[in-house]
Design a protein around this ligand. Sequence first.
Ligand code: 5GP
Length: 185
Amino acid sequence: MDKQWKLYEDLDSILYTREQLAEAVAKLGERITRDYQGKKPVMVCILKGASVFFCDLIRQIDLPVEIDFMVVSSYGSGTATTGEVNIKKDLGRPVNGRDVIIVEDIVDSGVTLSSLKKWMDSKGVASLRICSLLDKPARRRVPLSVDYSCFEIPDAFVVGYGLDYAERYRNLPDIGVLSPRIYEK
Ligand code: 5GP
């Protein structure tokens, strides 16, 4: 841990170091390269949380990928998703007939991604897979299977490597558990 970084004082523990993240992302990139041989997938980064993971992941994929970016939020926070998603920034190009991989930072309740999945299916994609750096299956409220993920994590609030709390900590190179004293203030 870079003890000299003031930001680390707000963490209770480090969950994954930058070395562990790099190793897991490289393995995932190799897996996607194998699975999509002969294809030209469109990789869609869900901003802002997935941005750091996305930039590392695409550089581990030996395929002619295209990239795109979206900003989304789900309507409401109830357990029953309506299938509606609030698109704050849409795709730059149509994805009908394309093999799409949605790249997310973390799947928690699953509400956001299950809504986005329905939206994407309605665009006539050839195939659709979900890739999330982290998965918190214990917190799932709607059924959602994650096709690719680096780590399953326990029910804790984590920050770093793109993940924020109130827009902070995205620039931490490692992922850590945020001390509850920060958000219980
Ligand atoms: P859900 O799966 O509940 O619809 O939403 C997932 C989103 O909630 C993620 O994209 C992320 O923005 C946020 N989220 C869920 N758990 C965490 C966490 O432990 N840390 C951070 N920073 N964000 C989280």
